[in-house]
Design a protein around this ligand. Sequence first.
Ligand code: NAG
Ligand code: NAG
Ligand code: NAG
Ligand code: NAG
Ligand code: NAG
Ligand code: NAG
Ligand code: NAG
Ligand code: NAG
Ligand code: NAG
Ligand code: NAG
Length: 689
Amino acid sequence: MVAFFAAAALTVLYITLVTSTQASQNLMLVPWAFEPLPVGSILPLGWILGEMQTMAHGLAGHQYDFYVYVNESRWLQAPGTGGHDYSTVNEALPYWFNGLVPLAYLLDDERLKDQVHTVAGTVLNLQTDDGWLGPEVLAERNFWGRVPLLLGLTQLVEANSTWEAPVVDALRSFMTLSHTMLLNNSQGHGICPPDVECSWGQTRVHDLIITIQWMLDNYPSSQDALLWDTMDMFYEQSKFRWVDWYQPGVYLEVVTNPTTKHPDYPYLHGVNVGQGLKASAVVRRFNHNDSLVDASMTAVNWTFLYHGAPSGTILGDEIQRDLAPYMGSELCTAVETGYSLAYLYHTLGTNSYADRAELVIYNAMPVMMTGDMWAHQYMDQPNGPWATNNTEDFTHPDGPHLFTTAHSGAATTFGLEPQYPCCTVNHPQGYPKFVTHSWGYVGDNGLAHILLGPSMVDTPLAVIECDTAYPFDNTLQYTINSSKDFDLYVRVPSWFTPDTSSIRIGDSSSALQPDPETGLHRIRVSSGSTTINYTIGAAIRAETRANNTVAVYYGNLLYALDVGSSVKSSYPHAYYDAQGEGLDYLPFPELRDYYVNNSKAWNVAIDPSTLQYHGLGGGATLPTPIFEYGAPPTYVTVQGCEIAWGLYLGATPDLVPNDRTCLGGSSTYRLIPYGSAKVHMSELPVVEL
Ligand SMILES: *[C@@H]1O[C@H](CO)[C@@H](O)[C@H](O)[C@H]1NC(C)=O
Ligand SMILES: *[C@@H]1O[C@H](CO)[C@@H](O)[C@H](O)[C@H]1NC(C)=O
Ligand SMILES: *[C@@H]1O[C@H](CO)[C@@H](O)[C@H](O)[C@H]1NC(C)=O
Ligand SMILES: *[C@@H]1O[C@H](CO)[C@@H](O)[C@H](O)[C@H]1NC(C)=O
Ligand SMILES: *[C@@H]1O[C@H](CO)[C@@H](O)[C@H](O)[C@H]1NC(C)=O
Ligand SMILES: *[C@@H]1O[C@H](CO)[C@@H](O)[C@H](O)[C@H]1NC(C)=O
Ligand SMILES: *[C@@H]1O[C@H](CO)[C@@H](O)[C@H](O)[C@H]1NC(C)=O
Ligand SMILES: *[C@@H]1O[C@H](CO)[C@@H](O)[C@H](O)[C@H]1NC(C)=O
Ligand SMILES: *[C@@H]1O[C@H](CO)[C@@H](O)[C@H](O)[C@H]1NC(C)=O
Ligand SMILES: *[C@@H]1O[C@H](CO)[C@@H](O)[C@H](O)[C@H]1NC(C)=O
């Protein structure tokens, strides 16, 4: 479906490229706005630590024990000698590795560290003499599947210097080979093996370039000229470039014919969009084109304006379409969007990126996992009051379909690998990458808390512990030890209410003065021990959505209508046999598929003037796991009533009706943190009561 490059066009391209490359060799990469800290110097505390430990004890932490796409991956066998994978791009083990490296190290979990060491050792030992990493033999080679593996390897080096020499050597030889392949008619990038789609490698090429930039940032060497050249070629030889997509007249605000045959499909696939949000910021680091700063903001603004869910993720059930509250969104999209937004803040430093990174990781991601994190959804819907065995596609076999391609009936159920295995292997990166991006350097003498939450950071400037229940509560307490004076910066979310916000050091309290661009408030800290209390004032927000509906927030948590929860479970199903008997031989009884139905009314309109927030009482602690139904102590109450509201395709709540006539009297309804409301309504029709 993707037009391949003509050889002639490539030759022309390469001539212009040599010229631009020669110019670029005297250049440096554009510095980070806030340089990230090495993996391992920021550790999770409090409720996030509990969530990550739950992950380690759940599906993420046990895939290496039983999941054949991981424990018997093609990557772990000599090239051409078999092994498992769910697709020809061989991304399963790399996705797993990218998430498990930081999970293992942030928890200092010996069992998981052993797993990632064994896998890293095996993969590096199997590197071919010409530098290729991965199971493909010669003509089968394509780049995309390598990308998450490389991201995992760079994280491993940051976390453990024992891996520095073997990994950096392997990367050098891989990049030398990449250079040769790109010169050879764009082998593996513009020209892919017969049954492998090149467009994935091209739309996601910035994630590969991140590894090249990591080498340039951290390991300058005589190979730098080749690395610059390789970086330029990867980009120049990509037909799909996000900066070209987010242009008036090109960008599709609504997609009227959403199919995988759409010529713009690579730009419309939800996961690609999530990954692509950071593309222009990555490219700007090497081409120094400052128009890409605005281009990044345009990409984020348009994506969320035309395709954003209240939970902070991007709607696209494989493919973007419109803002219908029954649109689906993949778990992979949520974790990739979180990573991109965190990256955007570190490179460009605009406050809204960090707000959005918190939003997607604190809402869109956890709602798609069971509390114990043994099961996940493939797709969530903003208005999804049930996540059951959806047989709509069997009763309407010829369409129209609820989702564009997810027709197994299992897309919204929670399980081992509902619909497709990609989110099984890709979801573990969500929390760990969020935590590793939660602090950054500000120049040489400053440290910023960027993504708020409980964490601890250990740097040459200071050791800081941040104790907080954020975002369940908006007070943060910092305990600091430092051997010299330095500047601590705390990020002030854009929704803060100035009058009820403060910074308190000892007996003195001061107002917040956030920088208008970055949102950072500076605090000068003297050497020695210091305790600082940071209180972020918040108010309930009812944000207007399409057709006179609202989404309700307090701080960075979305609150959804509690529709109750009635759960059934079965053996887990293989994705290719979603309606079969289920797998009865897997070694962990925790592996189940779950079907969640509502047990209370979902067809409710609310009166936003009656919203009331019920926060954490003083001294309250949060249970682990926190995103279990019924677990979070905070909630919102509101007056509302039931209205007549039909179904779409007999399967899911239709678009929000215009007629808001109450069917009965009004009563009080409860809204709960979205991440705990596995089934929910989050785009609520407005009614005046
Ligand atoms: C991988 O897990 C499966 C269970 O799903 C098990 O049968 C198999 O022996 C495991 N393979 C290895 C190499 O441990
Ligand atoms: C670092 O990696 C080496 C090699 O795998 C391992 O022996 C060592 O225990 C690791 N260090 C830590 C702190 O995990
Ligand atoms: C160039 O790429 C083709 C596949 O597109 C491959 O068959 C050939 O071996 C490559 N040539 C060299 C010199 O690597
Ligand atoms: C910078 O990038 C924009 C967007 O791709 C492009 O239109 C412009 O020509 C570029 N400027 C330079 C100096 O290359
Ligand atoms: C993006 O949206 C923000 C508000 O959310 C606005 O301040 C900014 O001007 C917009 N930028 C662009 C380039 O659309
Ligand atoms: C809003 O209502 C109009 C008219 O019913 C409908 O065409 C549109 O899809 C709705 N938008 C959303 C986001 O539900
Ligand atoms: C700060 O130093 C004190 C005294 O050495 C120690 O008890 C405390 O744990 C340290 N706190 C942090 C956050 O490192
Ligand atoms: C900070 O908050 C904690 C917990 O509420 C409280 O115990 C402590 O006294 C406060 N410290 C300051 C300096 O206000
Ligand atoms: C889903 O529903 C269909 C139709 O009722 C049924 O045949 C099938 O067994 C169900 N699948 C599961 C996994 O419950
Ligand atoms: C969900 O519950 C409703 C009643 O609340 C019932 O009508 C419906 O059949 C249930 N759906 C499933 C799949 O169990």
